[in-house]
Design a protein around this ligand. Structure first.
Ligand SMILES: [Zn+2]
Length: 492
């Protein structure tokens, strides 16, 4: 409320009221979380970020990371204060060139008080100078900064950004990126998108990477180490940039024999999902000891262990399918995770069928038959698995079986139309389970609540398999082991 100083007459008072700017009391702090019930303090309220400019320097020997992040933001409320998600030490924050006050709160938050309130709708620039040794910074007992003998890697889900740049850390606030990293000569820095330049000066090489399409914070990646980088172009002229640690040992050949097929896999997936949403593609394999892969945008992360038993193109299919389902169309909330993982897993089944190693129906039948009714697998509802089961096998396999059941219910024509319509309608945006179900009903003209209730939300084994016929002891499809080898996306 404005304090009225005097009452000279109603008309004059009205004029005076109009002339008084909103007082400081109208400006409120942005919420410390963006409102995701799975992770209440992830992301932040009160602003949106449109671009991250990260200028970093990393020393592999000491794991020292220093950086300046420039964030282009817009206030979504009258803002007296706001939070950033970040776990390294902040040295200085400037807003519009003026020094702002800040303090670390919680285990991964920085509370920033600008020199003056920021009006709703106003664009503002935040410059954050920071540094630290990310491999030593633990939040809730873990770090997503994976140290390697020759450097370090940021790749995890949903927590990854905290260890290398300050952000609004939730998939609903996507932005474009310039990631500029200085590393000692002879070492490489890998990130998302296109490599704009690579220049050496005074013993340091600066790699400039650009993501020109909106990208979720957890899909931004950074890897520093000694890599062999391969460059090619697709038939459509897109740059393909792959990077392999020089230190992959016995897994080197199998890793290359898989990831060098990324362009071929992407062309196949275009026939299923429509045009590839980005202007660059590839993959990278640092010499980490983890076992998972992650769909980091345009350039998935693969652990060497993915290739310990030989080549695995199926994992490339999974991660590239995410470029449509997960990256271009991201979750609205983390409970929507099955839309990412169910479709990525189903794309592996489609690839298996194309390769003559088991049809999608055979794979769905095998999943159904493999888990008896009392198996914990059926206690996890893929449509709302809870944060503790966000990456449970059921989200993947039961999620994919849900799609087979849907396909049988609505027919191939409507099903494959759905696969292309979702990424076309929501490109570079977000979508929820409810949005997807609504689209499936719209395209098919069928009421599908019962089907999705049975397959996505009930915590018991569906009474019949996806094809509503008996699947008595189906044989294990040939592709099964390669697909199963891609399970376990999550590190901690
Ligand atoms: Zn996945």
């Amino acid at each position: 409320m404005h304090r009225r100083l005097f009452v000279p007459g109603s008309a004059a008072a009205a004029l005076l009221m109009l002339a008084i700017p909103a007082s400081a009391a109208d400006f409120q702090p942005g919420a410390p979380g963006i409102g995701d019930p799975y992770y209440p303090d992830y992301g932040n309220g009160g602003y949106d970020i449109s671009h991250y400019d990260l200028r970093l320097k990393y020393q592999p020997g000491t794991d020292r990371l220093d950086g300046t992040a420039t964030l282009l933001a817009q206030a979504t409320q009258d803002l007296s204060r706001f939070n950033l998600d970040f776990a390294l030490d902040v040295k200085e924050i400037l807003i519009g060139g003026k020094r702002a006050q800040f303090k670390a709160t919680g285990d991964h938050e920085v509370e920033v008080t600008p020199p003056a309130g920021i009006e709703k709708g106003k664009n503002f620039t935040v410059v954050v100078r920071y540094g630290g040794t990310p491999g030593k910074v633990e939040v809730s007992g873990f770090t997503s900064w994976l140290r390697t003998p020759d450097g370090g890697v940021a790749a995890n889900e949903p927590e990854s950004a905290w260890w290398w740049f300050p952000s609004n850390d939730h998939p609903t606030d996507k932005a474009t990126y310039d990631v500029n990293v200085s590393v000692p000569d002879g070492t490489q820095a890998i990130s998302n998108g296109t490599l704009q330049s690579e220049r050496s000066q005074a013993g340091w090489t600066r790699f400039a990477w650009r993501s020109n399409k909106p990208q979720a914070t957890y899909l931004a990646t950074l890897a520093v180490g000694k890599f062999d980088i391969t460059k090619d172009t697709t038939a459509n002229g897109l740059p393909v940039i792959n990077a392999y640690s020089k230190d992959l040992g016995d897994n080197a050949g199998a890793a290359r024999a898989s990831i060098e097929r990324t362009a071929e896999v992407t062309e196949y997936l275009e026939t299923v999902f429509g045009p590839y949403p980005y202007n660059s593609l590839g993959g990278y394999v640092p010499n980490v000891t983890t076992g998972y892969a992650l769909e980091t945008q345009t350039r998935p992360f693969y652990s060497p262990r993915q290739f310990a038993n030989g080549s695995n193109v199926s994992v490339v299919v999974h991660e590239m399918a995410h470029q449509w389902y997960g990256d271009s169309v991201s979750v609205k909330g983390w409970k929507d995770i099955w839309v990412n993982e169910g479709f990525a897993r189903y794309s592996q089944w489609l690839w298996s069928e194309k390769e003559g190693e088991g049809t999608t129906q055979e794979l769905a039948d095998y999943v159904y038959a493999s888990h008896p009714a009392d198996d914990a697998f059926w206690k996890v509802a893929p449509g709302d698995p809870g944060p503790e089961n966000q990456f449970h096998l059921a989200v993947y396999d039961r999620g994919a079986a849900t799609l087979q059941a849907l396909r049988n219910e609505i027919g191939d024509k409507a099903f494959f139309e759905l696969l292309k319509t979702w990424p076309a309608e929501r490109a570079h945006g977000n979508g929820s389970n409810a949005d997807l179900i609504a689209l499936a009903e719209k395209i098919s003209g069928k009421e599908l609540d019962a089907l999705f209730q049975t397959w996505l939300y009930a915590t018991e084994k569906p009474a019949a398999p996806a094809a509503k016929r008996s699947a008595a002891a189906p044989e294990q499809p040939k592709s099964w082991k390669k697909i199963a080898a891609t399970n376990g996306v999550h590190a901690h």
